[in-house]
Design a protein around this ligand. Structure first.
Ligand code: SF4
Length: 351
């Protein structure tokens, strides 16, 4: 049989995409995220990654082109209750389906296409590369991975088959059917919950809050995926007491008090370069509010605050994991993840 010729779109490698339908006339509609981009032939979606290739339908462009590849501490994702102290092979591509004015990673998220130094990485090569780099897991990270879910699910599938875990770092802005496919072989996720305000999502991200909450509920109720949440605290935008209480209270009531929340410091960037960075006092106040809502593990990121990075036992308050920036020092003496003082097991995946 003659193999079908490779698809190219504007000179980039591409492959037939999943999750789309004909959209009337000559259009197609992408069904990966709630934007449901309706694309004329030759047009790209808002994410810049999915495109309508004339004669082919919807395609994933930049297929297998990786623009960032690093072995990181797992704490950097951030995941504090998932294989602490291990290394993760972080894989980043380009593109995003949100337009956050405060984006801390816009060089990749908003790039017009794969970087000039991007490498072609076959998913089947990823587990061996992870092992050779001393990594127990692989992260789909740096840009939004759901926009290239065909690649992500192949990477996760290849890793699961070889005993390597997969981590997704995502904004969770994904439709129901695509969500189930994307997370099928994922073991842990850190989901950005940018604020507990639909107005915030609309004004600063041109998105909506509800689909993100749906993703969080689905992950917690329908899967065994380990879940942590990150909120970037932006001065004057989402740092008010009521908003922090609402966000933390919703997590505690609907996802559980054991779900770790990372409150991360904002750095002036992208279209919010005129704002100051988040003061440490603001982060500490937000942490106190979140703990008062019942969350057991609230951490501070990009803050250099040892108290805000230490994992304490939810029952007796004894330190169980100390951290210094991205280095973890587990304090358990027997089974991993068990409090050395009272024997309570920490929520998370430790072995
Ligand atoms: S994934 Fe991209 S192309 Fe598809 S609907 Fe979302 S922004 Fe549009």
């Amino acid at each position: 049989m003659t193999p079908s010729p490779p698809i190219l779109f504007e000179g980039q490698p591409a492959r037939p995409a999943l999750f789309w339908r004909r959209g009337g006339g000559r259009h197609v509609v992408c069904e990966v995220c709630p934007r449901a981009c309706r694309l004329a032939p030759g047009q790209r979606g808002l994410c810049r990654v999915r495109a309508h290739a004339p004669g082919e339908g919807l395609v994933l462009t930049g297929d297998r082109l990786v623009s960032a590849l690093h072995a990181d501490p797992i704490e950097k994702k951030p995941l504090f209750h998932f294989l602490p102290g291990s290394r993760v092979l972080s894989i980043g591509q380009t593109g995003c389906n949100l337009t956050c004015r405060f984006c801390q990673n816009h060089a990749l998220s908003l790039a017009a296409g794969p970087s000039s130094t991007a490498i072609m990485l076959d998913p089947k090569e990823v587990p061996a590369l992870a092992r050779a780099s001393g990594c127990r897991s692989v992260a789909l990270t740096y840009n939004e991975p759901v926009v290239a879910l065909e690649y992500g699910l192949e990477v996760a599938g290849a890793c699961r088959a070889e005993g390597i875990r997969t981590v997704a770092v995502t904004a969770g802005y994904v439709s129901g059917a695509a969500r189930a496919a994307f997370f099928r072989d994922v073991d842990a996720a850190n989901v950005d919950l940018k604020a507990f305000s639909d107005g915030f999502y609309r004004r600063l991200c041109s998105a909506r809050l509800a689909p993100v909450l749906e993703t969080l509920l689905w992950l917690r109720r329908e899967t065994g995926i380990w879940l942590e949440i990150t909120t970037l605290i932006i001065p004057g935008q989402n740092d008010g007491d009521d908003g922090i209480r609402a966000l933390a209270g919703w997590i505690a009531r609907h996802l559980g008090t054991g779900v770790p929340l990372h409150l991360s410091a904002f750095f002036p960037a992208h279209r919010m370069a005129d704002l100051p960075r988040t003061p440490l006092a603001t982060l500490r106040r937000a942490r106190a509010l979140a703990l008062a809502e019942g969350l057991e593990h609230v951490y501070l990121g990009n803050a250099g605050d040892p108290d805000g990075e230490t994992t304490v036992c939810a029952r007796c308050g004894a330190p169980v994991i100390r951290r210094d920036r991205f280095r973890s020092e587990p304090l358990w003496q027997g089974a991993p993840g068990v409090c050395p003082v009272c024997g309570q097991a920490l929520a998370g995946r430790f072995s």
